[in-house]
Design a protein around this ligand. Sequence first.
Ligand code: SAM
Ligand code: SF4
Length: 516
Amino acid sequence: MADLKVGHYSEAAERGQPGMAVPQGETFYLETFGCQMNDHDSEKVAGVLLARGYRQVDGPEAAKVILYNTCSIREKAAQKVFSRLGELRPATGDQRPVASEEERSGELRAAATRAQAGVPVPQKSAQPGMVVPREANHPSQRKIVNAGGGKIIGVLGCVAQQEGEGIFERAPWVSLVCGSASYRKLPQLIAELEAGNRRVTGLDTDTDETFETEITRRDNPFRAYLTIIEGCDKACSYCVVPFTRGPERSRASASILEEVRQLAEEGYSEVQLLGQTVNSYADPSARKMRFSELLAAVAEVRGIRRVRFTTSHPRDFGKDIVEAIETHPTICDHVHLPVQSGSTAVLRAMARTYSREEYLEKIALMKAARRPISITTDMIVGFPGETEKDFEETLNLLDEVQYDSVFAFKYSPRPNTPSLRMPDAIPEEEKGRRLAILMDRQREIQRVRNERTVGETFEVLVDGKSRRENQWSGHTSSNRVVNFTSPEQELLGDYVQVKVTMAMPNSLVGEMVGRT
Ligand code: SAM
Ligand code: SF4
């Protein structure tokens, strides 16, 4: 895919010197939509800007550079960025809404209607990408900010990759469009804007590089995220990730371990390894570490007390990962293993590469582990062609596996994905009905499972303090949220022992009984 650049390079821009050409005190505002990988990409983008002499501000009004790191995994997430861009419109007579190409052409709805009527939809060549949308609705965002006055507005991430230069047409006040597979070029693109270029883009996906930075500005003081593999080579028929994030690229094991050691020295005791399919990790260095070996090596770094990893793909999940968890108490007893559907017929249509039975074999490996492993998953309801019987199979998979938590979504047709041309689209109302039934069933499972923990004591990493006196919160190794009481003055970042006194479907309540 071509990398389109508008304008010219200056020699200094090409060198991308930190701090170059940034007038003192220039500011940036960065808002992130989507998954943990987007959150972490934003930490690295912020690091790049800070290294160039920018200062971060918490609202777009005060910012010289406004950046949106976007998500397009479902239609609603993608729409959000266009409403943000509408709020930044310079004062002109044009009050047309800012719509994506996808919305303007009505492509997806039309495709779904054609599919419903059994009319074949022409296939597109590209594929797709991921993310769990998170509501980002900072109050400062609600104000209309005039993009005039020399502000630089940039769209990053999955919507940037999906819509490309079309964003300039609909929102001519945008000057930077860059997909995540081109983030290596961000310093250079920013330098071009600083040098006076009006518009720059980074839209390559055919790269084998990962996005590593000298400085990462970490937002979470207790849990440090590290991307170990970027992109995705799977081709799930509903998903935009392979298209928006490009092919799989793994980071060398030595570089990962070096960063973990640095994090431990900085005082982080919990790290979370990230990847769309984190367990498909393939060490590009001569060491050729397997994912389970990397997990073990990270767990052995002095000072690290908790190692998490997400998201695992069932196809690449094997006994060696369970054994690594068993032998290393620092690897958390939690695995997020998205299933998407309990019906083999639907899994086949989704191109998930495993059957219900094969998925259940992976679950059996975890259930046989020497210490209990908490299992969570993602599910999609209302995939084209999902019958009432298929849906029943998804419901009884919930009963069979007994997940500790489920992220469930209504199927959302996405541009460029093969499922767009599948017949028997499910009406929105029916998708909503199935989602509500699934969530009710799962809530009851969680209520019963959590109730069994009453009276047990867990180690909790304290990461929150309530405004109410003596009230704290934190996470167990199994990633359960625990709210607890303690008269201590300062606990943030500490590991404490909490005895559970009450259970809710989504959290536990307890009291501190000691430190660890
Ligand atoms: N790579 C992970 C895997 O294979 O399971 C998942 C990453 S994806 C970004 C996060 C979740 O979003 C998926 O597990 C899926 O449940 C959901 N998702 C992806 N595409 C979707 C779509 N078109 N409609 C609804 N949900 C979708
Ligand atoms: Fe999307 Fe499938 Fe890749 Fe997950 S494995 S990111 S669902 S294509």
